[in-house]
Design a protein around this ligand. Structure first.
Ligand SMILES: Cc1ncc(C[n+]2csc(CCOP(=O)(O)OP(=O)(O)O)c2C)c(N)n1
Ligand code: SF4
Length: 253
């Protein structure tokens, strides 16, 4: 008899994704799906898809999903969770969605300590619309709207979301991870799982920022993009846990 050692998570449909070759959105989808399977919450999970490249996430996840326009995913998730506290509700948002048009929603949801989990995919550009500057674009970084590199005097400084939200009292868990190599992918999965566990235990808001590549928007080959992420994004966006509530610390033992 053949032993199965690797298979598609039940929480992913068999739909091929539309992501560009080398894009790490697909890895992050898989991690979320594996966590949902391992926590046995597939039948009570509701995802909220964003604008941006993950707009079709509802086609790829094998559980209930809805769509929220223009950064409003945390507000939509808040409504769903308050009406159905028995559901596990998460948003999946890019940096343009979350840190630009949706900045107010994410800050207020975190401050209120809404019982939702946020998967925040930071690839430092607006991927879907052509690789323009996002709030997270690094100083000096090329984008289609900063062809000479981001000039912070003209465009402001890149925003660090974990550091910003970790100052607030509402969040139970705030962490930043990356998916540029296998050890980091494993750590990313653990953080995503803890984010969901915080919600399951009713401990408050949780957000996991995932540093992700956009080889097409960055005009790089996939492997070059992963190296660029490690050498440029991680120094500016340090990985680690920025807030772990006391209750969550006890829960994870
Ligand atoms: C108010 C507003 N301005 C612009 C747009 C166009 N728009 C749709 S997706 C998107 C980029 C989203 O980028 P990001 O959230 O970083 O996700 P990615 O595509 O990189 O995964 C933009 C600007 C919009 N939908 N709403
Ligand atoms: S544009 Fe960038 S973020 Fe969007 S699918 Fe392609 S590589 Fe991924």
């Amino acid at each position: 008899m053949v032993k199965v050692v690797f298979k598609r998570p039940e929480a992913l449909t068999e739909t091929p994704t539309h992501y560009c070759p080398g894009c790490t959105h697909g890895i992050i989808h898989r991690l979320v799906a594996e966590v949902v399977d391992e926590l046995s919450i597939r039948e009570c999970t509701i995802g909220v898809a964003p604008v941006g490249c993950a707009v079709f996430a509802y086609d790829y996840f094998n559980f209930d999903c809805t769509e929220a326009a223009h950064g409003r995913a945390p507000a939509v998730a808040t409504g769903i969770k308050r009406v159905r506290p028995d559901k596990v509700v998460f948003t999946y948002q890019g940096d343009g969605d979350l840190a630009a048009i949706g900045m107010a929603e994410i800050v207020h949801a975190a401050i209120r300590g809404e019982q939702i989990t946020v998967i925040f995919v930071n690839n430092a550009v607006y991927g879907m619309t052509g690789g323009q500057m996002a709030p997270t674009t690094l100083a000096g970084q090329y984008s289609t709207s900063t062809p000479g590199g981001r000039d912070v005097k003209a465009a402001g400084n890149p925003v660090r979301i974990c550091e910003l939200l970790a100052q607030q009292d509402g969040p139970a868990y705030i962490a930043r991870v990356a998916v540029n190599n296998p050890p980091n992918v494993a750590k990313a999965k653990s953080a995503i799982k803890l984010g969901f566990r915080a919600q399951l235990a009713g401990l408050g808001f949780s957000l996991v920022e995932v540093l992700s590549s956009c080889p097409v928007g960055w005009r790089m080959r996939p492997i070059e993009a992963l190296t660029w992420l490690a050498e440029n994004m991680i120094p500016h966006y340090p990985l680690g846990e920025y807030r772990v509530s006391e209750e969550l610390t006890k829960l994870r033992g």
